[in-house]
Design a protein around this ligand. Structure first.
Ligand SMILES: [Zn+2]
Length: 173
């Protein structure tokens, strides 16, 4: 069975009132920023959204997105698979006042003049946030895992600027 495609955007008010549940896939070729931040995206993205009205009558939605990507290990320079798992809860807002009145548990998101929120953008933003700042294999799986400590020291040594370099350059002039 073919999976439902995630719509680009939905009317967040109507979706909340209808308690809309979405399980859908998002074509990986549509996520250019995630594509640029990784070596490759392994598959289309699995997503799930559930829209709801909470006890305070706030319209909210919860979502999940997951996909495996390939990154380059910064220790051994070999490719590594990284599983992105994002979970989020948003409360669509129209203006700053609504945003300021939100309970802390909700992340505000602005909806447009048609009441719509952009689901593709949310999924991509959330997946980008799950990427590690410095990708590294687990020590046991890394080619250079055993050299971790000595490697770190050498790199630090090289990065430290040598004050005499600057002097030498001045003298050459
Ligand atoms: Zn590695």
């Amino acid at each position: 069975m073919q999976k439902v495609k995630l719509p680009i955007s939905v009317d967040s008010v109507r979706a909340a009132n209808n308690r809309l549940e979405l399980v859908a896939s998002l074509d990986k070729s549509l996520l250019s920023r995630l594509g640029e931040s990784t070596n490759s995206i392994h598959s289309d993205i699995d997503t799930a959204f559930s829209f709801d009205v909470d006890q305070q009558k706030l319209r909210i939605f919860k979502g999940k997105a997951s996909v495996a990507v390939e990154l380059t290990c910064q220790r051994c320079n070999e490719p590594m698979t990284y599983q992105c798992e994002a979970e989020f809860t948003y409360c669509p807002v129209l203006n700053k006042e609504q945003e300021n009145n939100l309970p802390d548990v909700y992340e505000p998101i602005y909806y447009d003049e048609n009441g719509e929120v952009n689901l593709h953008q949310i999924v991509e933003d959330e997946l980008l946030l799950t990427l590690p700042q410095i990708a590294k294999h687990a020590i046991a799986e890394c080619k250079y895992g055993n050299y971790e400590s000595s490697f770190g020291e050498i790199e630090e040594e090289q990065e430290r600027p040598n004050p005499f370099d600057a002097l030498a350059k001045l003298k050459l002039k």
